[in-house]
Design a protein around this ligand. Structure first.
Ligand code: SAM
Length: 391
């Protein structure tokens, strides 16, 4: 049967409205080199509000985001225009297979339902099995995430999801890499230590790795508190040190992490990682002020940067794009992606660099791209570049 994108979207809207939708699978990439392999979509209830849950499948991780129906249909339309040729809709009444062509006409095959009911499909946002189990982790209680009974406190649900998401991502990255027997991890700007503890717990107690994790933190009271909790938990190779990221002296480091270290502290952390040749550098940047003050393009981009909020967002994007390019220039295969739905935290961009034996392009290739971006936006200096130039 012939069809097109609009008939697909109409079918989908009807199934959502009638509550007959069980799930949708998008697949068969339009761009074969794209990291996004599939998207799986199903109806869910989030705090009693019906939404569609999107699971974006990448080679090393899944990212889940939930959207209201109307927004979901718009997103699915975009995904089918840009990313995928095929869509399978499973409903209680029928299965539909849409195979789109380049012009978005589609061949449709429909058959009787292979899944019988929505009873299991509409999942409530109940606790799912997480990589860091709340009940087994005494440190989560000491850090104020769980109650004495090991139940995650209502107001700490987002933090708990964040912790799990970070550990899942790190797990996905490290599982395919070779490390020395003893894994050395540094968490710069470790703050209250949520992730530092969770990562140590996961590496040592779940993966049974010989791992040493060091948190570096400016605020001495947090360092003392975290060291006390680590000693009480018997986490002998988890140590917190007071000091600045810029002055930290690192030796062998396999994984360098900096999550939400403010503004240029992220650059200092990336720089330290590059200097010690860390195998993996992971950072979640926050407050991008450094290049914002300089951005004064003398071209069409002025139409963007003349608006304060757009300048702010453009500065964030450009700052992180240059960080990614500089990591690439130093032999790190780098990805920038959202690690958790924005409803859990707005600071949700992660930059992950993995050191390569053979980089894809020579250093100069990436440095020219940095120079191009700087010229375009009228930027004199990016702090990470300044640090690297001092090497
Ligand atoms: C927003 S908190 C994030 C804490 C933790 N990484 C997390 O994501 O939960 C940032 C932390 O970095 C610390 N920090 C900021 N700049 C720093 C620097 N230059 N040296 C060391 N610590 C720094 C702050 O004191 C704060 O505790």
């Amino acid at each position: 049967m012939p069809g097109n994108l609009q008939s697909f979207l109409k079918q989908l809207s009807d199934d959502i409205e009638k509550q007959t939708l069980i799930k949708i699978t998008l697949g068969n990439r339009r761009i074969k080199s794209s990291d996004l392999k599939n998207v799986f979509i199903k109806p869910v209830l989030i705090k009693n509000i019906p939404k569609l849950s999107f699971v974006y499948r990448y080679p090393t991780k899944d990212i889940t985001s939930n959207f209201p129906a109307k927004e979901s249909i718009f997103l699915i339309e975009k995904l089918l225009q840009d990313e995928f040729y095929n869509a399978d809709i499973f409903t209680t009444e029928n299965d539909f297979h849409f195979a789109f062509q380049k012009n978005n006409t589609a061949k449709i095959v429909s058959k009787g339902p292979s899944l019988k009911s929505t009873a299991n499909a509409l999942q409530h946002d109940k606790e799912k099995i997480r990589i860091i189990q709340a009940t087994n982790a005494g440190y989560l209680k000491e850090l104020g995430i769980t109650t004495a009974e090991g139940i995650v406190k209502k107001e700490k649900q987002d933090k708990y999801k964040q912790i799990n998401s970070y550990v899942e991502i790190i797990d996905g990255i490290i599982k395919d890499l070779q490390f020395n027997e003893s894994l050395q991890v540094v968490d710069m700007g470790s703050g209250k230590g949520y992730l530092t503890f969770a990562l140590y717990d996961y590496l040592v107690n779940k993966l049974h790795r010989d791992a040493a994790v060091t948190g570096i933190e400016l605020r001495e009271e947090l360092v003392t508190k975290c060291n006390n909790i680590a000693r009480a938990a018997g986490y002998n190779q988890l140590v917190f040190k007071s000091g600045t990221i810029e002055n930290a002296v690192l030796s062998n480091t396999d994984i360098l992490i900096a999550l939400h270290a403010c503004d240029t502290a992220t650059d200092e952390a990336i720089f330290s990682g590059i200097k010690v040749n860390a195998k993996i550098i992971i950072c979640a940047p926050c407050c991008h002020k450094q290049i914002r003050k300089q951005m004064a393009p003398e071209n069409e981009l002025k139409s963007i940067t003349k608006h304060g909020i757009l300048l702010e967002r453009q500065a964030e994007i450009t700052t992180d794009a240059i960080r990614a390019l500089l990591l690439e220039a130093h032999g790190y295969k780098t990805r920038v992606f959202e690690f958790i739905a924005t409803e859990h935290t707005p600071k949700n961009v992660l930059i992950v660099g993995v050191k390569q034996d053979k980089p894809l392009h020579p250093t100069q290739f990436f440095l020219e791209k940095v120079a191009g971006l700087k010229l375009l936006f009228g930027i004199q200096s990016h702090y990470l570049e300044t640090l690297i130039d001092r090497l």
